[in-house]
Design a protein around this ligand. Structure first.
Ligand code: NDP
Length: 445
């Protein structure tokens, strides 16, 4: 790392002790930015990096709620409004027991660059809670969401901060959150949340967008080597929103997706994952992958273990951060891997990224490859602002154009800065320069 940036990075780490995922995300971005600072000394003079690493606002709040037996529980809620240089803060809410400030900050930091890469007018933010939705009834989920929004509502708005979903937050949760926002404010402010239901202000393609976008990005990477998804053998991690739609898109392009996972294990289905069955079990019944193996002839379930033990030519990590380490990367490569596109945020450890890059594997980092979700959220905001709703075909076409644009911008930026084929460098520099220019133009704020 450039020594000028290393000094800033060390200060950031010291000021934010114990936030290891945030440290990792900051370090990974800084490693790409040396050449930018050679060309743009004004970024150093303006202390852009120091400002960028300090969120504009961090909100931590109590979320009390009662379960179905009337017992009181207390969770912690977070919203980190990281950077508004390009537009209102935009980023999802995560409900998972692992959530703490360091995870929200890593996600919010990544979101700044991702949102800049989309070319849409959106800043970066993220939020969530250490609430565990697993095993909770609909009524418990609703009471939790209502309590969460009873504090959050005062901090958000269509021109201020626009949350969406992430792990543990899908259409059901966005519905309860939106209902409570409307009830408290007495405003039908569609643009305050994205990922809404189609009949009440949502956008077609939003549920599919992150997974579809990840595959579109991977397809563009494959094209640079004269290849495509057709005939690829694909391994996916996760079986939630991003994973299911990535599987569907990859198979629609002629690939066979042979494995996917959840936090308890993985399934192998050599005939190709049956997306309708997977969606029924995971999205409708909120069940486990063991049920997929029980109902699908020829499929098997492996309890525990790593889905990355399954051989494939393309890997799509779509579960969570740091789920693919250096050893798993080496194993995938020895099993014939040619490309990785990250549907999840920071699923590959820094050592895994090095292993992939050293081996010349096509590697699409999450902040570029999974930007289709937030880009389509911005399309939802456009539809809300104009009180319009677009067709599936039109919206999917926009998503495709945006993903191809992100791919091409990352590739061109990597070339410009002497790192051809390095999408990590392309994404980090491409996102950073846009935000840094806007920050300088807006004065010392
Ligand atoms: P979901 O909650 O729909 O699904 C998450 C999936 O990942 C589940 O299969 C879950 O398994 C698995 N998972 C979650 N945490 C862990 C863990 N600690 N260890 C192992 N498996 C785990 O979330 P999404 O699909 O929406 O999000 C997946 C990833 O994509 C996240 O990194 C998210 O930040 C990222 N992302 C999501 C976007 C979106 O639009 N939804 C946009 C951009 C990025 P189980 O059910 O067993 O917990």
């Amino acid at each position: 790392m450039d020594s000028r940036l290393e000094a800033v990075r060390d200060t950031v780490l010291a000021r934010n002790p114990g936030e290891k995922e945030f440290h990792q995300a900051v370090t990974e971005v800084f490693e790409s930015l040396g050449p930018v600072h050679d060309r743009h000394p004004e970024f150093l003079e303006g202390a852009v990096l120091e400002r960028l690493c300090e969120p504009e606002r961090q909100i931590i709040f109590r979320v009390p709620w009662t379960d179905d037996a009337g017992r009181v529980h207390v969770n912690r809620g977070f919203r980190v409004e990281f950077n508004s240089a390009l537009g209102p803060y935009k980023g999802g809410l995560r409900f998972h027991p692992s959530v703490y400030l360091g995870i929200v900050k890593f996600l919010g930091f990544e979101q700044i660059f991702k949102n800049a890469l989309t070319g849409m007018p959106i800043g970066g933010g993220k939020g969530g809670s250490d609430f565990d939705p697993r095993g909770r009834s609909d009524a418990e989920i609703m009471r939790f969401c209502q309590s969460f929004m009873t504090e959050l509502y005062r901090h958000i708005g269509e021109y201020t901060d626009v949350p969406a979903g992430d792990i543990g937050v899908g259409g059901r949760e966005i519905g309860y959150l939106f209902g409570q926002y409307k009830r408290i404010t007495n405003r039908y402010e569609s643009g305050v949340l994205t990922g809404k239901g189609i009949s009440w202000g949502g956008s077609l393609v939003r549920p599919e967008a992150t997974g579809y976008g990840t595959v579109i990005f991977a397809q563009e990477m494959l094209k640079t080597r004269g290849q495509s998804f057709d005939g690829q053998r694909v391994v996916v991690s996760g079986s939630g929103n991003v994973a299911i739609h990535a599987i569907a898109k990859a198979q629609s392009l002629g690939a066979t997706v042979v494995a996917c996972s959840d936090s308890a294990g993985y399934i192998v289905d050599e005939a190709g994952i049956d997306v309708a069955l997977l969606s029924q079990i995971k999205e409708v019944e909120r069940g486990r992958l063991t049920e997929y193996a029980a109902r699908r002839p020829g499929a098997s379930h492996v309890a525990g273990g790593s889905v990355w033990d399954v051989n494939g030519t393309v890997a799509l990590p779509c579960a969570t951060q740091n789920e693919l380490d250096g050893d798993a990367a080496a194993k995938l490569i020895s099993n014939g891997l040619i490309a990785v596109a990250e549907g999840a945020n920071m699923p590959s450890t820094r050592s895994a990224v090095s292993v992939f890059q050293d081996a010349g594997i096509l590697f699409g980092p999450g902040k570029a490859a999974n930007a289709g979700g937030v880009a389509t959220s911005a399309l939802e905001m456009q539809q809300n602002a104009s009180r319009d709703s677009w067709s599936f075909e039109h919206t999917e076409q926009r998503l495709t154009e945006i993903m191809v644009g992100i791919h091409d911008r990352c590739a061109a930026t990597a070339d410009e800065y002497g790192a051809p084929g390095n999408y990590v460098v392309g994404a980090n520099i491409g996102g950073f320069v846009k935000v840094a220019d806007a920050m300088l133009a807006q004065g010392l704020i």
